[in-house]
Design a protein around this ligand. Structure first.
Ligand code: FES
Length: 126
């Protein structure tokens, strides 16, 4: 039925092609996703910051925390939760009244052999 969402496992990379502590931007089925490698684990979250859409793939990754290059909000790539909203402090509290902090969308990751797969929902064509 038109408009139905189907979950698909989609290959988005190969084990070893991303350096430890690095991120890769992947655009797939209408989703803009960053794939991050932390140690030997891979995590996938939405690329666009929930504050004003900053491109997180151009931010920095330290441990499991990605920092937005625009206003420095921080998110945990393991689950997308907000670690810090904006720079923190009073200005973040004031902006937070108008734009409450919001977690990043998380995408489940599966590693199958050397293929890294991510679960995404796509519109059904039927
Ligand atoms: S757009 Fe990311 S913190 Fe503002």
């Amino acid at each position: 039925m038109a408009g139905d969402k189907q979950t698909q496992l989609v290959p988005i990379g190969k084990v070893g092609e991303i350096a430890e502590g690095a991120m890769k931007l992947v655009n797939i089925l209408g989703h803009s996703i960053i794939l991050a490698r932390v140690g030997d684990r891979y995590y996938a979250v939405a690329n666009n910051c929930t504050h004003r859409g900053g491109n997180l793939s151009q931010g920095t990754l330290q441990g499991t925390v990605v920092t937005c290059p625009w206003h420095h909000s921080q998110f945990d790539v393991r689950d997308g939760r907000v670690i810090r909203w904006l720079n923190g402090g009073l200005s973040a509290a004031i902006v937070g009244l108008f734009k409450p902090k919001q977690a990043l969308k998380k995408y489940p990751v599966n590693v199958d052999g050397d293929r890294i797969m991510v679960e995404v929902k796509s519109e059904s064509k039927q």
